[in-house]
Design a protein around this ligand. Structure first.
Ligand code: ADP
Ligand code: MG
Length: 593
């Protein structure tokens, strides 16, 4: 008796299959990620069901995925010993689109703004199309499966060439779980290669916590003289992925060394990171974050478009490493992994970027990085003096290890962090507290705005700063003379971003920031009556001279004024209150504007 039955795919599936086979060309290899992730899901499901029914494990309690290929038959097979499928489940799950993500995707494609073929290709490439992605490389797929708990006689074989129909028959299958057998297209023979398969697994599935096994091969010389040898299978299986999603393990089970090794594998940095933070976030959206701050800036730190350092996983399957979606630009130096248990696997980058969950993850991760930095800053030796006395009494080994790290961080990444003032309004105050500057009373960039405020002179109403190309130029600027004379500290800013970034910080903790190069510096209460009087008298006395100078410089200077800000120098250039500073003007000129 034949028990083969023909079925038609649901209309959307047929449409999707057509798309898959015609437009996913540029990103063929994702099929393996999809099939391995299904195998991993099937094992997760078995683990879950077995909680109530341990007998489901039968005699195979160790869950695993095996990937094998047969060059002669041109097949690639992915086998798992997970939950498996009954005949009915195979028909339903492999013949219809049940997932809302894919449904949305399909409706977008067939909606009003019909995408062109290339756009479809791009769209679909970014989606995980799940099981059907097998048809990118296969002209026929056979699935053999037996659901855990069903007898061996109730196995199922599902087969399709992806052209609108599939057939299903009952088979005898001893092994629990599923084998997906891909009959590779002629142009997909590259996947009949152990090295190639391992490379793809390494790229997408290294952190699947399930072991992925492949049969070992060894080189065998040909027995016939003069013919080349070949790789032959040895019958021995080896695990080819790391099989450990470090971030899913409890913190207490992970050593510093393991954290550091993991950092090196994801960052391609050979140095240890400066700090890391590993948390499970619960609430509106649940995710695990493992974020690292590197010790050294990479050479391409200033390239805002470079590949991002934070990778998004959904249930341990790599999804994307889109920079802006996961971390704001000013934290682009952060490396790490975010693993969400809520996001759907099959969703496009575009949808992900718009997703509320991703936004929450981004906000949460931003705050986490800022806390990490605050923690380092708190333990930096420069701030030891500002700590509470009772906190200082107990300096743990851990705290000691953090000493000096913030200075190091600042030297490497401070200029990038400053961009946050203009980029992230919601965290501006926290960022402002993390800023460090050199000043007229500190040679190193170690003065925080809090430090500055704490040292302000009686009656001083503003935080004064000067921008220049170099520290020496800043220090020797004639504009500082009056401040030196009065013993007022001035922050010295020499980073290219300072001018722009500080433009976003009108005040710090209620105290305005004021450039000493802008307008007539109002020293407010710091200026005594006698000085004010002298200034006014001088302005009066020099009126005719000033008028002459103004006439002579009329194309070059807006105004010529008498000033009290100079002590030794005869003259200096200043800009109007709301004008561009000379430093910024120079910068823009350099940039050709
Ligand atoms: P998704 O994984 O997002 O559900 P897929 O297209 O990848 O979508 O798979 C469709 C369905 O087919 C799965 O939800 C599952 O029910 C079933 N399936 C696919 N692969 C396997 C497998 N290896 N073992 C058991 N069921 C599977
Ligand atoms: Mg899937």
């Amino acid at each position: 008796m034949s028990n083969k039955h023909q079925h038609s795919f649901q209309a959307e599936v047929a449409q999707l299959l057509h798309l898959v086979t015609h437009s996913l060309y540029s990103n063929k290899e994702i099929f393996l990620r999809e099939l391995i992730s299904n195998a991993s899901d099937a094992c997760d499901k078995l683990r879950f069901e077995a909680l109530n029914d341990p007998a489901l494990y039968e005699d195979q309690p160790n869950l695993e995925v095996r990937v094998s290929f047969d060059k002669a038959a041109r097949t690639l097979t992915i086998t798992d010993n997970g939950i498996g499928m009954s005949q009915q489940e195979a028909i339903e799950h492999l013949g219809t689109i049940a997932k809302s993500g894919t449904k949305d995707f399909m409706s977008r494609l067939s909606g009003d703004q019909k995408a062109s073929a290339t756009e479809q290709g791009q769209l679909i490439g970014q989606f995980g199309v799940g099981f059907y992605s097998g048809f990118i490389v296969a002209d026929r797929i056979t699935v053999e499966s037996r659901r855990a708990g069903l007898p061996a006689s109730e196995g199922v074989r599902w087969a399709s060439s992806g052209a609108g129909e599939f057939e299903v028959e009952q088979i005898q299958r001893e092994q629990r779980g599923t084998s997906v057998i891909l009959h590779l297209r002629e142009d997909a023979e590259e996947f009949l290669n152990a090295w190639k398969i391992k490379q793809i697994i390494g790229k997408y599935s290294d952190h699947i916590s399930l072991p992925i096994l492949m049969e070992k091969e060894e080189w065998k010389e040909s027995e016939k003289e003069g013919e080349p040898g070949e790789m032959v299978k040895t019958g021995e299986w080896e695990t080819v992925n790391k099989a450990s999603a470090l971030w899913t393990r409890p913190k207490k089970d992970i050593t510093d060394e393991q954290y550091q090794d993991f950092y090196k594998t994801i960052s391609h940095d050979h140095e240890n990171p400066l700090a890391w933070s590993h948390n499970r976030v619960e609430g509106n959206t649940e995710y695990t974050q493992l974020l690292y701050i590197p010790a050294k800036a990479p050479f391409d730190l200033w390239n805002r478009d470079k590949a991002a350092g934070v990778k998004l996983y959904v249930k341990r399957v790599f999804i994307m490493d889109d920079a802006e979606a996961l971390m704001p630009g000013y934290l682009r130096f952060v490396k790490g992994v975010i693993d969400s248990s809520d996001l759907p696997l099959n969703v496009s980058r575009e949808l992900l970027q718009e997703s509320r969950d991703v936004r929450l993850i981004r906000d949460g991760s931003t705050k986490r990085v800022l806390s990490m930095l605050e923690d380092l800053a708190r333990h930096d030796k420069h701030e030891a003096g500002t700590q509470d006395a009772d906190v200082q009494d107990v300096v743990s080994e851990e705290d000691k290890a953090k000493e000096g790290k913030y200075s190091q961080f600042w030297a490497e990444f401070g200029a990038v962090l400053k961009e946050g003032l203009g980029e992230d309004f919601s965290n501006r105050e926290r960022i402002a507290k993390l800023l460090r500057f050199a000043s007229t009373s500190s040679d190193t960039a170690s003065v925080s705005l809090q430090d500055y405020k704490a040292r302000m002179k009686e009656g001083q109403e503003a935080i004064y700063y000067i921008t220049a190309d170099t520290l020496a130029a800043a220090r020797n600027s004639p504009q500082l003379e009056i401040f030196k004379k009065k013993g007022i500290e001035v922050l010295l800013m020499t980073d290219r971003v300072d001018e722009w970034a500080l433009g976003y910080l009108n005040d710090f903790d209620g105290t305005p920031l004021q450039s000493v190069a802008k307008g007539a510096v109002d020293l407010g209460k710091l200026q005594d009556e006698a000085e004010k009087k002298a200034a006014e008298d001088a302005a009066e006395a020099f009126k005719p001279l000033l008028a002459k100078l103004k006439e002579a410089l009329k194309d070059k200077a807006e105004d010529v004024r008498a000033t009290t800000r100079l002590v030794d120098s005869p003259a200096c250039l200043v800009v109007q209150d709301h004008g561009m500073s000379t430093q910024l003007a120079r910068l823009l000129k350099q940039a050709g504007q």
